[in-house]
Design a protein around this ligand. Structure first.
Ligand code: HBI
Length: 99
């Protein structure tokens, strides 16, 4: 079983990410992204999907037109783990490269 982040680990890790917020009532993190249009949003999602498949760690996400909302949590740990932080870091880098 993968190690769930302690509250101390979680605050240290969250401070190094961009715009990710704890989800109320759940051990998960969330961030919303806005792009120029649907094409940009879906391009972003495609890059994240390829990485997620490589990592075997998958986002919960929601897309309408140019908005993408992502929630990360590790289901098998029922909480936040280093896998979520690693994927969030990758996602932040992709979003930044598209600005
Ligand atoms: N994605 N977010 C997330 N959390 C998991 O626990 C997870 C996953 N993708 C694949 C996966 N686990 C598999 O290891 C198991 O469902 C077999």
């Amino acid at each position: 079983m993968i190690h769930k982040l302690t509250s101390e680990e979680r605050s240290t890790q969250l401070a190094q990410l961009h715009g990710w917020q704890a989800v109320p009532g759940r051990d998960a993190i969330h961030r919303q992204f806005k792009f120029a249009d649907f094409n940009e949003a879906f391009g972003f999602m495609t890059r994240v999907a390829i990485k997620a498949q490589e990592m075997n760690h998958h986002p919960e996400w929601f897309n309408v037109y140019h908005t993408v909302e992502i929630t990360l949590s590790t289901h098998e740990a029922n909480g936040l783990t280093e896998r979520d932080v690693a994927l969030a870091r990758f996602i932040d880098d992709v979003a930044k490269s598209m600005q």
